[in-house]
Ligand binder design. Structure first.
Ligand SMILES: Cc1ncc(COP(=O)(O)O)c(C=O)c1O
Length: 462
């Protein structure tokens, strides 16, 4: 490094970047590939982004299921400014701060049942990891020290830290990091459209759930601490379970003294049309994890909320009970919590959960129109403003395209100024809860055009 380094002009620097400059940053994409057409966002407002070249994008993904109350939301920004003037950090080893207490109390009020005690962190991985530790420590404190195994699902994503990654079920993200932590058992997810057991709902006996009970039995219930699932699985293609599935898991957990953990990092904070997907499905877990939309992208903020009887196990006398042994330096940061309070205030006052239900119905109708128009959409899944479509070459046989058709459509959509989630065989939308009907229609229209353009190039597939 030279002795004098001046700060680059952020926009010009990124705009004129050649690969040599982009080599200084790790991104989530394959870097050499990304650097050929780097996406570098410069600013955002409402449901739109602008990149450093000035190109505008319609954000059908809330950044990454994060920007719950839209970009440039003045209420959240002003709450952050106010809090900065009052207190920006409190001594985390010695206590907490008033805004963290306020946000914990609001979440306890909003969460279903007796979910009433909150641990704040910065990211989703930290709170799913915390939930795993809570389950293990809870069983140790309550006379079942042999319970340590976590049952979770293939294709799930619970995070990047070693524990949350070990609970995850995506080989593309796991294999390079193996060996992972011991004590994690995986089961197949409820992918009804492609039932792993070759059955057809509703005559399937909900095998995807009953087999989990069998797995608990085979593993020995005395060794199982928790079952952890996303109410709607995201990776794997918006895996929406049959209505019996989560109530059955609740029942197995009750019978075997196993904690039910919902990872609602994506599904929480209004996305499925209720504040928590637990309410959408009418099932209360023992531990509920939220992230992404809670801070709305303005701050890093996540939370783990546990039920009252679990909290009580951690209130014993100090000689027998060390409290919950889990913590990070930035947990419960006052700036983050002030932003979280403003995000929730915005959702509650503007009934954005109601808007997610309303616009979710509009999005479903839009996807259905595309399915009627093109013979290559085999399934539409999800709830509220978390919905996806699965592409198939042949609807009758469910045969997939031989190549990554979804990626082609997603990339074309980006070229056409639409940001959505894409995978080789599916595409998902997760727009901001503030989206209007017209904006939803526009998002679907750009997707429509993008599918048409990709198909136009590949007529031999249809
Ligand atoms: C369902 C789910 N859980 C956990 C995580 C991990 O969250 P983070 O990336 O904030 O650590 C994610 C991230 O995408 C997620 O989608």
């Amino acid at each position: 490094m030279s002795a004098t380094v001046s700060l680059p002009d952020l926009i010009d620097y990124a705009q004129t970047s050649e690969e040599q400059f982009l080599r200084q940053i790790f991104v989530r994409d394959q870097m050499a590939d990304w650097s050929r057409q780097p996406l570098i966002m410069a600013r955002a407002d409402g449901v739109h982004y602008w990149d450093v070249t000035g190109k505008r994008y319609l954000d059908a993904l809330s950044g990454n299921y994060v920007v719950s109350v839209g970009h440039n939301n003045r209420r959240v920004i002003e709450a952050i400014h106010r809090q900065l003037d009052i207190l920006h950090f409190s001594p985390v080893m010695h206590g907490t701060n008033p805004v963290a207490v306020q946000l914990a109390n609001l979440l306890a009020e909003l969460a279903p049942g007796d979910l009433n005690t909150v641990k704040f962190q910065c990211g989703g991985s930290e709170v799913t990891e915390a939930a795993i530790k809570l389950a293990r420590q809870y069983h140790k404190l309550t006379g079942s020290p042999g319970k340590y195994k976590i049952i979770s699902r293939y294709q799930a994503w619970h995070g990047s830290t070693m524990g949350s990654l070990s609970a995850s079920g995506l080989k593309s993200r796991k294999t390079v990091n193996e060996p992972l932590a011991p004590g994690f058992v995986h089961v197949f997810p409820p992918t009804c459209y492609r039932c792993p057991f070759g059955k057809q709902y509703p005559d399937c006996g909900i095998t995807c759930a009953t087999l989990i009970n069998d797995v608990v039995d085979m593993e020995d219930p005395a060794t199982v601490a928790a079952i952890m699932v996303e109410p709607i699985g995201h990776t794997g293609g918006i895996i929406d379970p049959p209505e019996e599935y989560l109530p059955l898991l609740r029942d197995y957990c009750d019978r075997h003294n196993i904690l039910l953990i919902f990872d609602e990092i994506i599904t929480g904070i209004g996305r499925t049309g209720r504040m928590f997907a637990a309410e959408t499905f009418g099932v209360t877990p023992d531990v509920l994890c939220i992230g992404k939309g809670l801070g709305g992208g303005y701050v890093p903020l996540s939370a783990m909320i546990c039920r009252k009887p679990i909290m009580e196990a951690f209130w014993g006398p100090i000689a027998e009970n060390p409290g919950f042994v889990e913590g990070h330096t930035n947990e419960g940061n006052p700036i983050s919590c002030a932003a979280g309070l403003a995000v929730l205030g915005e959702i509650l006052e503007k009934d954005l959960c109601g808007n997610a239900r309303k616009q979710g119905a509009r999005l479903r109708a839009g996807f259905q129109r595309l399915a009627d128009q093109y013979g290559i959409i085999g399934d539409i899944r999800g709830k509220g403003l978390l919905q996806g479509i699965e592409f198939v070459r042949n609807r009758a046989t469910k045969e997939r395209f031989p190549d990554a058709f979804g990626v082609k459509v997603g990339r074309r959509a980006l070229e056409n100024g639409l940001l959505c989630r894409f995978d080789p065989h599916w595409i998902a939308f997760g727009p901001s809860l503030i989206s209007t009907g017209e904006q939803i229609d526009e998002m679907v229209a750009v997707l429509d055009r993008s599918i048409g353009e990709v198909l136009g190039k590949e007529r031999d597939f249809v």
